[in-house]
Design a protein around this ligand. Sequence first.
Ligand code: SF4
Length: 249
Amino acid sequence: MSDYYNPHRKNKYDKVSVELFRLSRSKIDLFINCPRCFYLDRKLGIGQPGGYPFSLNNAVDKLLKKEFDIHRAKGTKHPLMETYGINAIPLADEKINLWRDSMRGGITYKVPGTNVVITGGVDDVWVNPKGEFIIVDYKATSKEEEVSLDADWQIAYKRQMEIYQWLFRQNGFKVSDTGYFVYCNGRADKKAFDGKLEFDVKIIPYKGDDSWVDKTVHDAIACLKLSKLPAPGPDCDFCKYREAVRTFE
Ligand code: SF4
C-alpha cells in the first residue's frame, strides 16, 4: 500500500444509529456506477484509491467564482450571460457560500423517515426574473475540439446537475429545468506557453430531469441496509480482474 492510500473511511453508515448520516451526491453516483463499491465505501468504510487532486481545474473554479461574485454583489449580468442571451443574474443569497461548500455545509436534504442527509456543493446559482433558481456548474478541460456534453461519460455531469436541481427543489425553491455548464477549454494551439494558459469559455444549457433521483436515493439507502455485499456494477472490470487473479492463488 502506498503512503498516499488510506482505505479506512470515517462516517460509515450504521443502520442502528440515529445520528444524522451525510451522503454526498458523488456517493450516489458511486452507487449508480457500482453498488458494491458504494457499499464497501459507505457501509464498510473501505474507499477506492483516489486520484490526485485536479489543482488546475480547482484554480479555474475559484477564479470563475470570484468573477461571478463581482456581478452578484452588483446585481448585474456577467458579460457571458449577455453573450448567450441568458436572462438571469447571479443569485445574491446569504447562504450561497454555504451551498457551495460541500465539506462544511452544502445544500442538504434529510430523507423523510431516515437519518440520511443528502448533500451537494453547487458551483453557482443564478436567478431569472420569475424567481427560479438556475443551477450552474463550472467545468475546465483542454481539448482540440469544441466542448460539448455529447460523450457517454458526461452522463455523470448531467446527473450531477439533476441531483442539485432535486436538492434545491426539496428545500422548497423554484428551480428552472434548464441549468448551465460554464465550460472552459484551455487553448494548447498557442505558439508558446509564456507562463499563461488561455481559455475559451462556452456556456452550454442542459435541460435536467430529476425524476430518477428520489428512487435512486431510496435504493442507495436500501443498499446500505443489506447485510452482505451487493453485486458489482457492469462497467468496472477490477473485480473481474481480481477474480481472474484469484484462480492462480
Ligand atoms: S467492480 Fe469496480 S467499482 Fe465495483 S466493487 Fe469492484 S472495483 Fe469497485
